[in-house]
Every structure is written in structure tokens, then in C-alpha cells.
Design a protein around this ligand. Structure first.
Ligand code: AQP
Length: 324
């Protein structure tokens, strides 16, 4: 079963990225899995060139540290495989302006920016190209990506109907718990790498004392009832979801074990520290040597074999001539 997923080098990784995406990637790891650091997507927001390069390497190290074995799965950087941008153009000529302006993330992000980049409008099409290039069946992602996945499915079906069977139609796979980890200080907003919320975000690189402080200050409610209820008690539900995801259980089972918020928070911090500390240690070791550049070069070469074949199929179907 072909699996593809990506992550933007747009900031420091947090537990939302880990539970929503990377932990699932590790579980779905086979020789048929393609994992991508989508650096072209990060250009939709202002970023210094050196910072983008540095973050790309950091994210690669985190992914390997979390358990992706690049000798098993294919790990690569999006811009190293030019077919992503090429296929995106073909798909932009299949997507409509109206459907892109209706994307929730575009509406939310463009409302907060001056001089909105055209790439912010079109990047869901680039994401569709990322996925469709690999004949992907399953895309393990957090819940925030559902709408973009729906667009990828629609574009694949539209292209197939218009130009003949070309693309596999993919589906999103989200985790049972913690598919959308919320900001600890504002549980109505998702935890995000590009929005600064120091106390509301647990970074994978946080030390034990920082994790304990952030969890102990997490916003909950005042009635003290240990009930898993996203509508009435989103702060508590967020903590229970994270607990269940780290532990591999169910949020209601976790709720049944505790009477007091303080005890839940203390044990959740311990569980997080226990899970994240070995990953952070491996990350630091990986950052000390340069082996990852070779790993990424091998990944791009493997990815290009699949991507070039799919691109050639799409180019042929849409009516482009083949250069000699
Ligand atoms: N809060 C989250 N909970 C669960 N999953 C999440 N993901 C992201 N945030 C959460 C999943 O992580 C993968 C990578 O997504 P991304 O690179 O878009 O991450 P981000 O943290 O959302 O990054 P940004 O730059 O800050 O993006 P925006 O501006 O969209 O918030 C995806 O599988 C995503 O679902």
C-alpha cells in the first residue's frame, strides 16, 4: 500500500506534528512509504533563505530521530524532485480559482497578512501534486489537512475524467486520538509551528521542566469534572487526547483513571518526557554529523524514479509533446 505524507520546514516541530503526523508515519513505515520535507510550501510565508535551509535539515533529523529509517522508507526534500512543481502547474490548469479561494486555511491566513503571496492561494494544488505523483493510496495527516486532501481527490478525479485514467485517488488517514492537538493556552486554536505561542506549544526539543511547566499551566475549566467533552471542556479534552495518543489508549479510559486535573497533568508530563526524551537525544546526535545530506540525496533519487513516470503519464494525457 503506497503511503505519502509531507511536513513543512516552517518552524520548530511540536507534539501536534508528532502525534498528528510523524508517529503515524513511523507506524505506516514500509518500503512503499514516501516521506517528504515540503520546502516549497514553506515559501508561502516570508522566511530568510538561510533559516529555510537550516530548518529543512532540522526537520529531516527529527523525522529520522522519531523512527523513520531512510533505508526502509524514502525520505527526501520536495525541491530536489522537480516534478512536484511541474505537476502542480498541470493541476493548476485543472483546479478552479473559486475552489482555491474557498479553502479555509487560505481564508484564515490571507486575512492575517498584507501582500498575500499567490503561492498561499495555490499551495493546496502543489500539495495535491505531491500526493498524486506517488500513486498514493494513504496519506497519514492531522485533521487540519482534510480539506486539502479532499481537493487532491477532486483534482485526481477531474483529471481522470477529462484526460483518461492517470492518477490513483488518495485518502486521508487520521489518528484515532490527537488528530488535532490544540494550543494549550487557547484550546479553540490548533497548535501550530508558524504561530508564536510559547506557553501553548510543546516543542519536540523542550526539556523536561519546560514540558511540565507548559502542561501544568494548560487552560482547563473550573468545574473540576473529569469528563471527555470537546464542546464543553476543550482544554481538558485536548489533554486527554494527547495522553491517549502517547499511551495508545482511549481518552475516556484515561479520564476514568483520574479524579483531579493536577494528577492528570503531572502524569501526562511524565509520559511526554518519557516518550520525547529519547527522540530528542537521537536528534541531537544526528545534528552532529553530516550524514543526512547523503540520505536526502538517495531519497530524492528514489523518489524521482516514481515521480518522473507519473509526471510523464500526466503530461502525455494532457497533450504536451515530449522533448527529445
Ligand atoms: N495541531 C496539530 N495536531 C495534529 N496534527 C497536526 N499537524 C500540524 N499541526 C497539527 C500535522 O502535521 C503535519 C505537518 O503539517 P504542517 O507542516 O502544515 O504543520 P503545522 O504545524 O500546521 O505548520 P504551520 O507552518 O504552522 O502550518 P499552519 O500555518 O497550517 O499551522 C500535517 O500532517 C498536519 O496535519
Amino acid at each position: 500500500m503506497r503511503v505519502f505524507s509531507g511536513i513543512q520546514p516552517s518552524g520548530d516541530l511540536h507534539v501536534g506534528n508528532y502525534l498528528g503526523a510523524i508517529k503515524q508515519w513511523v507506524a505506516a513505515q514500509t518500503s512503499d512509504a514516501f516521506y517528504c520535507i515540503v520546502d516549497l510550501h514553506a515559501l508561502t510565508n516570508p522566511v530568510e533563505p538561510e533559516i529555510l535551509r537550516e530548518r529543512t535539515r532540522e526537520i529531516a533529523a527529527w523525522i529520522v530521530a522519531a523512527g523513520i529509517d531512510p533505508d526502509v522508507s524514502t525520505l527526501f526534500v520536495q525541491s530536489h524532485v522537480p516534478y512536484h512543481a511541474q505537476l502542480a502547474w498541470l493541476l493548476e490548469c485543472v483546479a478552479s480559482y473559486g475552489e482555491l479561494t474557498r479553502m479555509t486555511q487560505f481564508k484564515e491566513k490571507s486575512a492575517l497578512q498584507d501582500g498575500v503571496r499567490a503561492g498561499l492561494l495555490t499551495y493546496p494544488v502543489l500539495m495535491a501534486a505531491d500526493i498524486l505523483l506517488y500513486d498514493t493510496a494513504d496519506v497519514p495527516v492531522g485533521d487540519d489537512q482534510r480539506q486539502h486532501l479532499e481537493l487532491a481527490r477532486n483534482l485526481a478525479e477531474r483529471f481522470n475524467n477529462r484526460y483518461g485514467e492517470t492518477f490513483q485517488v488518495p485518502r486521508a488517514v487520521t489518528p484515532a486520538s490527537a488528530a488535532r492537538v490544540m494550543d494549550l493556552q487557547d484550546p479553540t486554536r490548533k497548535m501550530s509551528k508558524s504561530v508564536a505561542s510559547e506557553l501553548g506549544t510543546v516543542y519536540l526539543d523542550d526539556r523536561a521542566d519546560a514540558i511540565a511547566r507548559k502542561i501544568s499551566k494548560a487552560v482547563t475549566d473550573t468545574d473540576g469534572a473529569m469528563v471527555y467533552d470537546w464542546d464543553r471542556k476543550p482544554g481538558l479534552a485536548n489533554l486527554l487526547d494527547m495522553f491517549a495518543a502517547f499511551e495508545g489508549s482511549d481518552p475516556r479510559t484515561v479520564a476514568a483513571r483520574y479524579q483531579r486535573y493536577g494528577d492528570l497533568k503531572r502524569e501526562l508530563s511524565e509520559l511526554m518526557v518519557e516518550s520525547l526524551t529519547p527522540i530528542a537525544a537521537r536528534y541531537r546526535a544526528l545534528r552532529e554529523n553530516d550524514a543526512l545530506d547523503d540520505v536526502l540525496a538517495r531519497g530524492a533519487a528514489k523518489a524521482s524514479v516514481v515521480a518522473s513516470a507519473t509526471y510523464a503519464r500526466a503530461a502525455q494525457a494532457i497533450g504536451l509533446t515530449r522533448g527529445r
